[in-house]
Design a protein around this ligand. Structure first.
Ligand code: NAP
Length: 282
């Protein structure tokens, strides 16, 4: 039951209809007995400032922010904290007594998803240079000592920008995606939307770039079992699904908003059920 004391949270992005965050957070609030609701609002690119003013005026506890607002939203905040500063993107806002504070929890999701992988002295390739790729690269550089982080994409100039930003924290280089198959890589991360529903047969790299013993981490979580992960398993690679990161970045957000430990297993079950339902609907 909602009351006048119900805490309000939401997702702001465009599009948002694919998002399973409402299901994940609703289950988490129920599991912890919290009087809170989580909604999803489609806000076009030019509407982010108005949307944030609205949240402040209505006393929302906070929001998640997704594409295309993760960078632009920073102009509307009173402060940006933690990993969001280096990454240069915000995926979570908390309203602290009328001050809007920006955080980035994607990196925590990445580190948790990679928690059983030793990357010290290893060669890592990240495909993409958008917000998620930045979170992956900065998170790896902050926790591990990789031999090299290769940023691969279709626009060398954009990739070069991320390499420059990383230069103080890790050895980083730019490469074309088709050049990756020449290298002996230890970890490949797909940080592009390639393979995402409805284009489920697409892969961000050719199958011959995958070799036994590699770790392949696909940030795409819808579908859970992407064409890239299926190909990687056929080649004897170890695979990590984007769902791991999705659940852990949500859990980190729950903790920032509520100050309580997140019910991670409940959140994972909610994510799995919501993604399965989306998959059946097609
Ligand atoms: P973004 O900021 O829009 O960046 C997208 C990146 O993908 C850019 O580097 C873009 O390069 C590249 N790209 C797009 N289409 C491509 C194609 N056909 N071939 C090669 N590169 C292509 O988006 P984002 O926030 O980084 O998100 C990227 C993906 O990660 C999405 O699928 C998102 O759902 C997923 N994600 C997952 C989680 C999780 O928790 N699992 C969290 C965040 C994001 P150009 O500039 O050249 O187009």
């Amino acid at each position: 039951m909602t009351t006048s004391a119900t805490k309000l949270l939401c997702l702001i992005g465009d599009p948002v209809d694919h998002s399973v965050s409402p299901e994940i957070f609703t289950r988490a609030f129920e599991a912890c007995g919290l009087d809170a609701v989580y909604l999803a609002f489609r806000v076009p690119k030019e509407g982010i400032g108005t949307a944030l003013s609205g949240l402040r005026a209505l006393g929302f506890l906070g929001c998640n922010v997704t594409v295309p607002h993760k960078v632009e939203v920073m102009k509307c905040l009173d402060e940006v904290r933690g990993a969001a500063v280096g990454i240069g993107a915000v995926n979570l806002v908390k309203n602290e007594g009328g001050r809007l504070i920006g955080y980035n929890t994607d990196g925590e999701g990445v580190l948790w998803a990679l928690s059983e992988v030793n990357l010290d002295g290893k060669r890592v390739a990240v495909i993409g240079y958008g917000g998620a790729a930045r979170a992956v690269a900065f998170a790896i550089a902050s926790r591990h000592m990789p031999r090299e982080i290769i940023i691969a994409g279709r626009d060398a100039e954009k990739a070069e920008r991320l390499v420059r930003d990383l230069s103080g924290s890790a050895k980083a280089t730019v490469m074309r995606i088709d050049e990756l198959s020449r290298l002996d890589l230890d970890l490949i991360v797909n940080a592009t939307p390639v393979g995402m529903s409805p284009n489920v047969e697409e892969m961000p790299i050719a199958e011959d770039a995958l070799r036994s013993g590699m770790v392949v981490f696909d940030l795409v979580y819808s579908p859970k079992n992407t064409a890239l992960l299926r190909a990687a398993r056929r080649k004897g690679c170890r695979t990590i699904s984007g769902v791991e990161m999705l659940v852990r970045q949500a859990a980190a957000g729950f903790e920032i908003w509520t100050g309580m430990p997140a019910p991670v297993e409940e959140m994972r079950r909610a994510a799995d059920a919501a993604l399965e339902l989306r998959g059946r609907r097609g």
